[in-house]
Write a protein of this length. Structure first.
Length: 81
């Protein structure tokens, strides 16, 4: 039961940070990266399997794409061509 609760908390943290990133809030790129890292660490230490591991494999590329897009948008804003 505690593993399920911890997994739910980690998912919530990742989603909250993704929303912050989508809204363009300062520090959101680092926040989503740290939340994702915490989820991966927990998955390894708590032997996450099944749906939790599937969720992590699906959401990780999306998080990385969001971070990349935010980086590109910030660079385009900083150095307009």
């Amino acid at each position: 039961m505690q593993n399920s609760r911890r997994t739910g908390q980690l998912k919530d943290e990742v989603y909250r940070q993704m929303f912050r990133l989508e809204e363009g809030r300062p520090g959101a790129k680092l926040g989503v990266a740290l939340a994702l890292l915490r989820a991966w660490i927990a998955a390894g230490s708590e032997c996450a399997r099944g749906q939790d591991a599937d969720w992590l494999r699906k959401v990780s590329p999306l998080c990385l794409q969001m971070i990349d897009a935010a980086e590109k948008a910030a660079a385009a804003t900083a150095c307009p061509q």
